[in-house]
Every structure is written in structure tokens, then in C-alpha cells.
Design a protein around this ligand. Structure first.
Ligand code: 6GU
Length: 244
């Protein structure tokens, strides 16, 4: 997977060379390039923004600079998906991450200031490019860089071969058609500072352990995320799943 990130703070993405994503780059599974948007400016001030048409506070990123940059970057190969972080867009979900993990080329455009000119996504969509705009939650960040880091981590760990243990992906929260919040995890020792691991987990009875964990996942999801319970596909519920 080729990943291009365009930002006025490309150094933000130096951290992507660490950890699992760094290893995946060394193994040739992904290639990440962070570009400085100012490299596509022509004026001495290298300005990328201007005042909003119609008035208002803040600055808006100019379409011309973005277009020069994007024309070049999107031209490099096959079918790119162009993603703009935007706090006023639909929320990025695990399902989006799963889908995007199969893309060959992702390009992220990080907005700063009050955002980017709305014609940029419109123009590239009209050119036949798959353009997505996503928020990562109901709060406001200063720019798209952190949001892109979040989306990238969610996407790249789902690339086949990225993780050492594929099972850890199958069982986790938000995954699959019957997604629940994950049950709690414990490790040894079974007794620690007066707190015990639930006894059933030490019983060695896999059937009972599975039942206990599933009950806990259902109860926890009902309490914390009733919206996820509403969306459950009831035909996938186990006969022994209690109504909670
Ligand atoms: Cl994608 N961008 C910014 N600037 N703020 C956000 C966001 C994105 N998602 C939540 N808040």
C-alpha cells in the first residue's frame, strides 16, 4: 500500500517510522511519504490559506495550492482514495478502516485553520477519484494531522500480514457484523492486592470461559453503547445470549 500524506507539518508523521508501522515499511508492506504542502506554493511567503469568502473568523486553505500538489500525487498510480479529515464529516468507523485496508494507494490531505476550500473534494470527485471526508469524533482539533494518524493506525493494522497474530483482530471490539465491546482481560497472578481474577477464567473449561466472556461483552455493550445493541444482527445472536 502506498500512503501519501500532505500537511504543512509533515514532521508530525516522523513517528510513523516507529513501532509496527515502521516494521511494515521495512518489510515493504506499506510505503508512507509525508509531503509539505508549501512545496507547491510559488510566492515568497509560501502561503496556503486566505480569508473566508463571505466573511468570518480564521483562514481557509486555498484550492490552487492543493490542486497543484494533488494533481501530482494522485497521478502516480492505479486507483487512489483521497481522504480529507474534517470535523464536520461523518465519523470514521472500523468498517471504513477494514475497507480502506485493501486500497492500493491512500492520499490524506490535512487541513489546518478553519478548513479547506469546499471545491477541492468536489473537483476531485468529478475527476472520478474516490474522495472521502471523515471526522474522528465529536470534538475539535487544530488540524487534521492527529486525525490522520488515528485513521492510519486503524487502517494499516488491518493490512493482511501487518499484525503478528491475526486472531487478535478477529476477536476485537467493533469488528464483524455482530460487533460488541470486548470483554475484560486479565493476566497472572490470579490473586493480586486483594483482587481476584474471575474464577471461571481459571477453570480450564473453554465452553464456560467463552460463555462468561460473551455475557460480559453483552452486558458491557448494553450499558455503555446501547446504540451498538440496537444495530446487532439478531440472527447472529447465540441461543444462550440472555436479554439484558
Ligand atoms: Cl478529522 N479534524 C479536526 N480538525 N478536528 C476533528 C476531526 C478532524 N475529527 C474530530 N475533530
Amino acid at each position: 500500500m502506498n500512503i501519501d500524506i500532505i500537511s504543512v507539518f509533515p514532521e508530525y508523521f516522523d513517528v510513523l517510522n516507529l513501532s509496527l508501522l515502521g516494521k511494515a515499511q521495512e518489510r515493504g508492506l506499506v510505503q508512507v511519504r509525508a509531503h509539505n504542502l508549501r512545496d507547491w506554493t510559488h510566492d515568497v511567503h509560501q502561503s496556503v490559506d486566505d480569508t473566508p469568502v463571505g466573511g468570518g473568523a480564521g483562514m481557509v486553505m486555498k484550492p490552487e495550492v492543493w490542486a497543484e500538489c494533488l494533481d501530482e500525487i494522485l497521478d502516480t498510480d492505479g486507483a487512489p482514495v483521497l481522504i480529507f479529515p474534517n470535523p464536520s464529516a461523518p465519523t470514521f468507523t472500523q468498517q471504513d478502516a477494514t475497507e480502506l485496508a485493501h486500497a492500493e494507494h491512500l492520499a490524506f490531505g490535512c487541513g489546518r485553520y478553519e478548513g479547506y476550500d469546499a471545491r477541492i473534494p468536489v473537483y476531485y470527485r468529478a475527476q472520478g477519484i474516490d474522495v472521502r471526508e471523515y471526522s474522528i469524533g465529536d470534538y475539535v482539533l487544530n488540524g487534521g494531522e492527529v486525525a490522520v494518524s488515528v485513521m492510519l493506525e486503524a487502517i494499516t493494522r488491518l493490512i493482511p500480514g501487518f499484525m503478528g497474530n491475526a486472531d487478535s483482530i478477529v476477536e476485537e471490539s467493533y469488528t464483524g457484523t455482530n460487533a460488541l465491546l470486548e470483554h475484560r482481560q486479565y493476566t497472572k497472578p490470579a490473586h493480586w492486592r486483594g483482587l481476584d481474577v474471575p474464577e471461571v477464567l481459571t477453570s480450564g473449561d473453554h465452553g464456560k470461559v467463552d460463555r462468561f466472556r460473551r455475557d460480559e461483552a453483552l452486558a458491557k455493550t448494553s450499558e455503555l453503547r446501547p446504540d451498538m445493541i440496537e444495530r446487532l444482527d439478531c440472527t447472529l445472536l447465540d441461543k444462550q445470549d440472555r436479554k439484558t
